[in-house]
Design a protein around this ligand. Structure first.
Ligand SMILES: *Cc1c(COP(=O)(O)O)cnc(C)c1O
Length: 460
């Protein structure tokens, strides 16, 4: 038997929880994020089938909260509908550089890999408890559609998704707003993604509101999403290095959830040489990795909107680990960062983080050039987020002998305007989405204020 896993908050003042409670809670009551108290080792044998591998790798994190057979069944169900039989296939680019294709799910973005599982786990747990929640989330584009797709029509879950009005692509918006399910509400907020994320945090911070509506989160502060993303680092490494030798990863990054999963995979024993974090001009993390100082700037729109983020919420988990799990110190640091936009991260924490991560950036011109180059040389169409990754990967890789795996986070058809601009080719949506633009949209608009969100929740 595996020991039950417990989860504790990064700010040190919330009760420890079991996996199922952390799944339902999202943000901890002290404002922190839940993290596993112990980090298990990878299983000795990694099964070749993706769902079997996922089950084996994730099991220690959920132990104590769900029956093993039930967990295995939910995992299998989550990945059955991916368009590729390998779920997350690997594509060779030449020069020992690979793409890990995470776009085979129903909304064409890597977030499906986690959310298809999280939606089902949530539904299972709520049914078991005879309970009901309202999932409140903020999206810079892809989370929203992936969450709505994973949760639409579920009996015990309402879904309210905030997106920054006019700052998500047409395809992204339509993937969210054309879902016609009574439990789904789309809200276009006058503001940026960080504003939307702040509104969600403020709603969760209002304990009365949170209780009354049974608020739950599926944005990347939810541990279960990080957990599900650990799996493909392991399966991809096994594909390019069956001998278990080291590989490197480059991760197009916004909220840092995806990159953090790579860090956990390494902690669990995966041989990882370089973990490269790629950002667009919104480069708070890259500047931190380069200089050691954490300085926020205002968000600037770019061709890769899902990375237009200046406050990467999951970075808190890494800070907490690098502090030696000093929750009070993390809380003090982040309170200061929030109020002043600056934080002096203690040198010892910075050193341990910089030993594990490197950051690189690419502006919009560079992104277009990279998309054009991949199209010219390989006949390959990649979306702008992935292009940031492939270029930064080549810029920062230290050894051509170590396979470099860049995570492909969205399908090119989600960003047809950028593709057209860069390559002259407008990639068609896959057949199953071809009538997306003919369907009616369902959404409401709201001001950037907690009161506006409160009254929307009241009216549900
Ligand atoms: C969400 C998203 C990202 C950023 O992922 P994080 O886990 O927030 O760092 C990158 N690319 C695409 C296409 C995304 O949808």
């Amino acid at each position: 038997m595996t020991e039950p896993m417990t989860y504790c908050s990064t700010r040190g003042q919330a009760p420890d929880l079991a996996f199922a409670d952390a799944l339902l809670t999202g943000l901890a009551t002290d404002g922190g994020l839940y993290c596993p108290r112990s980090i298990p080792e990878l299983p000795e044998q990694i099964p070749g089938d993706y769902a079997d591998a996922a089950n084996a790798i994730m099991w220690p994190f959920v132990a104590g909260s769900i029956e093993p057979e039930m967990f295995a069944a939910i995992v299998a169900e989550s990945y059955r509908f991916f368009r590729h039989p390998e779920v997350c296939p690997v594509v060779a680019l030449g020069d020992n550089h690979f793409l890990l294709d995470l776009t085979q799910g129903p909304t064409l973005a890597f977030k499906d890999v986690a959310l298809q599982l999280v939606g089902r786990l949530l539904d299972h747990e709520l049914e078991r408890r005879g309970d009901r929640v309202t999932v409140l989330g903020a999206t810079s584009g892809d989370t929203g559609s992936a969450a709505i797709e994973a949760l639409q029509g579920r009996q015990n879950i309402d879904v309210v998704i905030l997106h920054p009005r006019g700052r998500v692509s047409d395809v992204q918006r339509k993937q969210m707003t054309t879902v016609d399910a009574p439990n789904v509400l789309n809200v276009a907020v006058e503001g940026t993604f960080d504003d939307c994320q702040d509104l969600v945090k403020a709603a969760f911070g209002d304990s009365e509101l949170r209780q009354r509506h049974g608020l739950a989160a599926v944005n990347s502060i939810n541990w279960a999403r990080v957990m599900a993303q650990i799996v493909y680092y392991v399966t991809a490494a096994r594909k390019v290095r069956p001998d278990g030798g080291p590989v490197s990863f480059c991760v197009p990054t916004g909220n840092f959830g995806n990159a953090l999963a790579g860090w956990y995979a390494k902690r669990m024993g995966l041989a990882v040489e370089q973990l490269v974090v790629a950002s667009n001009r919104n480069d708070v993390l890259t500047r931190f990795f380069e200089t050691g100082s954490l300085t926020s700037r205002s968000v600037e729109p770019s061709l890769s909107p899902s990375m237009d983020i200046q406050v990467s919420s999951n970075f808190e988990r890494l800070l907490w680990e690098s502090s030696g799990r000093d929750g009070l110190a993390v809380a003090a640091l982040l309170d200061g960062f929030r109020s002043s936009g600056n934080a002096e991260v203690p040198a010892a924490w910075t050193a341990s983080i910089r030993a594990e991560f490197e950051g690189g950036r690419l502006d919009d011109d560079g992104t277009l050039a990279e998309m054009a180059g991949l199209h010219d040389h390989l006949g390959l169409l990649v979306d702008p987020h992935t292009a940031v990754g492939t270029k930064v990967a080549r810029d920062l890789r230290r050894s051509a002998d170590v396979p470099m795996i860049t995570l492909a986070t969205a399908h090119p058809a989600k960003f047809p305007d950028a593709l057209q601009q860069a390559t002259g080719v407008r990639p068609p949506l896959p057949a199953f989405l071809s009538e997306l633009f003919d369907r009616p949209e369902h959404l409401i608009q709201a001001e950037n204020s907690l009161d506006a969100i409160r009254s929307i929740l009241e009216s549900r």
